[in-house]
Write a protein that binds this ligand. Structure first.
Ligand SMILES: [Zn+2]
Length: 299
């Protein structure tokens, strides 16, 4: 049967959240369970949530799953998951075997970008770059309402490219030491622009040990952070020239970040004339699950 309803599932390392979206995109049902920290338990937990929804709705509704990590079509396995028990596993094929081939899966930053492009801060724009500034730094690209995907399943992963012009732009950062990244390289954007990266910069500049959310928004640390973010995003604009860049994740809540970056961006671009809109996400923490629900077209 066809249904314009959709199931969205946010498969995280600590919890799995499932929602049912009505034909108008509104959430009509929601449930959270703790993520079992092993593969077969995780598959069973997702399957149980869907079975419960099937029973409640009396229908077989298409399912989208967002998760940190990526499905690699060539190997039919997951990779880069912080829920490491999923890595190397045929998660999508196993779920589709259990759930009658109605499952799609995408990276959680991609789901965020899709949600914001279709019904959030990027609605109506042609090219949207969605940015997550949280525990990690990720991104996703939506063009005319469709997620961009490539053969390596890394579209939008700007967090693991080098921070541009490090120690060559502002005197304040000259004292910052090199930062090894878990990916094996050094001075990745994520090591400076994630929440832990911001906290580390503040400690290096002031000696104060504060969580990222507690760093004063009028401090030199936050000014340097927004400068670094502008430098990093200028590279994206040079390559992609998106209409809108949507900032999400915990660090995006720093007061004045979007306008600060917007003002600095032209300084670092090739020929930027200030036409890139930089905006804050509208859906907050719900973006992942809402975007997952939009992985299947709703008509
Ligand atoms: Zn890295």
């Amino acid at each position: 049967m066809t249904s314009r309803r959709r199931i969205g599932i946010d498969l995280g390392g600590t919890k799995i959240e499932a929602v049912v979206l009505g034909a108008d995109g509104a959430v009509t049902w929601r449930k959270r369970v703790t993520t079992p920290r092993e593969y077969h338990g995780t598959v069973a937990a997702v399957s149980a949530l869907v079975t419960e929804i099937d029973r409640l709705t009396g229908a077989s509704i298409p399912i989208g799953i967002g998760t940190p990590g990526a499905w690699v079509a060539a190997t039919r396995t997951m990779k880069n998951c912080n829920s490491t028990w999923l890595n190397g596993r045929p998660l999508l094929d196993d779920l589709n075997a259990l759930l009658a081939n109605r499952v799609r899966i995408a990276n959680d930053a991609d789901c965020f970008a899709l949600s914001e492009a279709l019904s959030g801060a990027g609605a109506g724009a042609s090219v949207v770059f969605g940015v997550i500034l949280g525990t990690g730094v990720g991104g996703g690209i939506v063009v005319d309402g469709r997620l961009l995907n490539g053969p390596n399943a890394v579209t939008g992963e700007w967090g693991h490219t080098p921070l541009p012009y490090l120690r060559a732009d502002t005197p304040l950062e000259e004292s910052l030491a090199d930062r090894p990244c878990y990916c094996g390289r050094t001075n990745c954007i994520e090591t400076f622009l994630s929440g832990p990266g911001l906290a580390k910069t503040h400690r290096a500049l002031t000696g104060e040990r504060l969580a990222a959310v507690d760093v004063p928004t009028d401090s030199p640390t936050v000014d340097l952070y927004s400068t670094m973010l502008a430098r990093a995003l200028a590279q994206i604009v040079n390559v992609l020239d998106p209409d809108v860049i949507v900032l999400g994740g915990g660090v995006s809540n720093l007061a004045g970040l979007a306008s600060g970056v917007s003002a600095k961006l032209p300084r670092y671009g090739f020929s930027h004339e200030g036409r890139t809109r930089i905006v804050l996400a509208e859906h907050g923490d719900a973006s992942g699950v809402l975007g997952a629900g939009r992985l299947w077209p709703s008509c």
